[in-house]
Design a protein around this ligand. Sequence first.
Ligand code: FES
Length: 349
Amino acid sequence: MSSQENPEENLPSEQDKAHGTELAKSPFADPGLPPHEHRIQDVDERAAKRSERVVAFLFTLSMLATVAFIASFVAFPVGKIVYIWPFGHVSALNFSLGLTLGLALFCIGAGAVHWGRTLMSDEEMVDERHDIEASPEVKAQVLADFKQGAKESAFGRRKLIRNSMFGALALVPLSGVVLLRDLGPLPEKKLRTTIWAKGKRLVNMNTDQPLRASDIAVGSLTFAKPEGLEEHDEDFQKEIAKAALMLVRIQPDEIKDKRELDWSHQGIVAYSKICTHVGCPISLYEQQTHHVLCPCHQSTFDLSDGARVIFGPAGHALPQLRIGVSSEGYLEALGDFDEPVGPAFWERG
Ligand code: FES
């Protein structure tokens, strides 16, 4: 006989009814917790001690790796290349820094994980759902739980772990501090001064010959560098970027600025060739007006009036070099520039 023939077979049993009632109350019935299984460290103090030693070993290894990181930074020169299988030829410094810092961080993580998995309490906790805002009783309970957790983690009792972890955490940031050294030495006064000094002769940039006053014709523009600075010098570019000079000769009665006249020699004036806007070399001279033009953003300076800015974005006049003539008749500096050359960055300092 089919179920269609016997309708009673389709009726729910008593058990189905009970289950249906349960589901109607809560579609996600609490499955309960499986029985707690104790770890070996929970029941065997010797195993717990072994875990403690492993954790302390990892933290100690982290400290040693940090020390090795610093030692590598000091010991290996930047250009040293070594062969390391299977990487091939690599920079000894980069390889050692990466290896030691990686090991230091890994050991801290591994130590913390091992500590948590083997020694901290792993008792299952049941936390009933509750309103988002905690009641004073719950807050008190949380505080009590926290204290209980701290106690069970043995943070205070296992001093070896605690102290070695503090040591590892304290040393790791040193890696970052050491790397700050790569920002280079402080510039000190290097950017404020040039190699011009009293008695240094002015040398023609094109002919490499010391200049005499008679070499500078009215209306001409001559570029000069300090005597002793050669193109093959290691720091040539660094020094010439500050010391490059341009010389023009103006009829003394056309010089409007008194200090400019005092710092010139028979109308020959020497100014920094570095634009005070963003440092381009100035190269265009208009002899009728005595204006020089920077080709980058068209700042224009009047060389007959203290090289003040008459047009463009430059913030201040070109620095003038005080010059004179040596006993042999050569043009020479009477000191360094009395202000930093180049962009107006210095005005913010
Ligand atoms: S660098 Fe000379 S005007 Fe900008």
